[in-house]
Design a binder for this molecule. Structure first.
Ligand code: UDP
Length: 467
């Protein structure tokens, strides 16, 4: 028989609902969740073919979420018969490749037609495993469409990260593909219907609100960086390894040769600063060194931009102060960041700007344009300085301030690396996502009215600067 189910009151104690309906008889010790990334295969070797930011993001976030206690199943499209169907990365994190369309590489603009097959394959996989994911985090608009479809078919909490936004992208390209209108429609539906949109910066949130729809729940959770690659090492050691003297004042640029990156502003600012140093006794102008790190192909647009920048160096007679280092791999890049006195990001526009968090992670203060993601990652006066884009004199002044104030610079080095380690490590990013997931799952059980408690309250709020 059963014990009476009333305790002290006449209200019967109802049996608690099975939290996240599972067809298994044994309640899993870990909650399984799905990360969906239709074209960015998280198991692909990074740096090959089209493997870029999205692959890195999904893989790093997936593994970090597994370390935080989730069972993470990452779904992508199988694009080669030679690829394994399941790749186990860690005991609780795996990539599952679903058959949707031919098992060959398909360009992104032709991929959407296979997404219904992707949904069917994912549902079949759930049936086979005897599980129903209560939550899916989708990446890029096509996976987002898969998420919307799953949401229609089963009770699922849908979280979406755009990675790239059609409404922004199509403003700057000359050829609009046939799929554009579908993409814009799906991106709007996602914003209005997903349980949460994860924007990686306040700029992306503003773009969504201004260009896509006013309806939607947007959370800001940034991109991360690998803090085991980028961490403070001895500046003296780094300089020794790179053959840089102790007296030199090193100003560093890392990134592509692209007009929007504003390298011209930095070169002109270096010229102006050198001129100022002629009249002060603080730094020998000969010790001012501008290192420009980044690859370029003489036959491509970046090659042309590099030649344009070289001309400006000649025009300003800055050859003795400037070095074009070329492309540097991630493993050696930490040496450059650490050896530098200041890293400058003079972009006219920057959606997120990974270089900023890489440099800060190594403990290098950043002088950056007050645009896009940089307004969010760099805290002016604490981890570096924010300057209006294009403003040569203000860049010169900001770089000069950091180079001539050793005590302040040392304080900033500590604050910069602490900020990245707390907020922008993959673990830090995953903690914030994990909070969001738990909140959404709880809300789906008990309805709205829940107050969200974040592990990371004010730390991420950028100090807005007047620009
Ligand atoms: N990078 C690199 N070697 C180089 C130049 C750049 O590894 O010689 C990397 C850099 O570390 C960063 C990325 O390229 O991770 C640039 O990303 P960011 O978001 O700053 O700019 P994007 O190129 O995406 O506009």
């Amino acid at each position: 028989g059963k014990f009476p189910t009333t305790i002290g009151t006449n209200t019967p104690v109802t049996q608690p609902q099975q939290p996240f309906a599972s067809a298994r008889t044994k309640i899993p010790t870990r909650q399984a969740i799905a990360l969906i990334s239709e074209h960015g295969d998280p198991a692909a070797e990074i740096g090959k073919d089209a493997a870029g930011g999205q692959n890195v993001y999904v893989r790093q976030v997936g593994e970090a979420l597994a370390r935080l206690g989730w069972q993470v199943d990452m779904f992508t499209r199988k694009s080669s018969p030679d690829d394994a169907t399941i790749v186990q990365h860690t005991p609780h994190c795996r990539t599952i490749r679903l058959i949707a369309g031919p098992e060959t590489y398909i360009p992104r603009d032709e991929l959407f037609q296979y997404m219904p097959d992707f949904v069917d394959a994912l549902q079949k996989f759930q049936q086979k495993e005897g599980t129903n994911y209560p939550l899916a985090h989708t990446n890029y608009w096509m996976s987002g469409w898969v998420g919307l479809e799953l949401k229609r078919r089963q009770n699922i909490q849908l979280i979406h990260t755009y990675h790239s936004l059609g409404a922004v992208k199509y403003q700057s390209v000359s050829e609009i593909p046939a799929i554009a209108q579908t993409r814009l429609d799906v991106e709007k539906q996602l914003l209005e219907q997903a349980h949460s949109i994860v924007a990686t910066s306040p700029q992306e949130k503003a773009d969504l609100e201004n260009l896509v729809s006013r309806i939607g729940n947007i959370d800001i959770i940034p991109c991360g960086t690998d803090v085991s690659t980028f961490h403070p090492i001895s500046k003296a050691d780094a300089r020794k390894q790179l053959g840089i003297g102790t007296k030199e004042k090193v100003v560093l640029y890392v990134g592509r040769f692209d007009k929007r990156k504003g390298i011209e502003t930095l070169v002109r600012a270096t010229g102006e600063l050198r001129e100022k140093l002629e009249y002060s006794a603080e730094i020998d102008p000969q010790n001012l060194k501008l290192l420009i790190v980044g690859g370029s192909d003489p036959n491509e647009a970046d090659g042309a931009e590099r030649r344009r920048i070289e001309k400006i160096v000649t025009e300003l007679d800055l050859h003795a102060n400037t070095e074009f280092v070329g492309m540097v791999g991630h493993d050696r890049l930490a040496l450059y960041y650490t050896a530098a006195d200041v890293c400058v990001i003079p972009s006219h526009y920057e959606p997120f700007g990974l270089v900023a968090i890489e440099a800060m992670a190594c403990g290098t203060p950043v002088v950056a344009s007050a645009v896009g993601g940089l307004k969010f990652t760099v805290i002016s006066e604490e981890t570096g300085l924010l300057v209006p884009p294009h403003d040569v004199s203000k860049f010169a002044h900001a770089i000069g301030r950091i180079l001539t104030d050793e005590v302040w610079a040392r304080k900033m080095r500590k604050q910069a690396s602490a900020r990245v380690h707390q907020n922008f490590s993959w673990t830090g990013v995953a903690i914030q996502l994990s909070d969001l997931y738990r909140y959404l799952l709880a809300q789906s059980l008990i309805g709205s009215g829940l107050t969200r408690i974040s592990s990371n309250p004010a730390a991420l709020l950028p100090k807005l600067i007047a620009s």
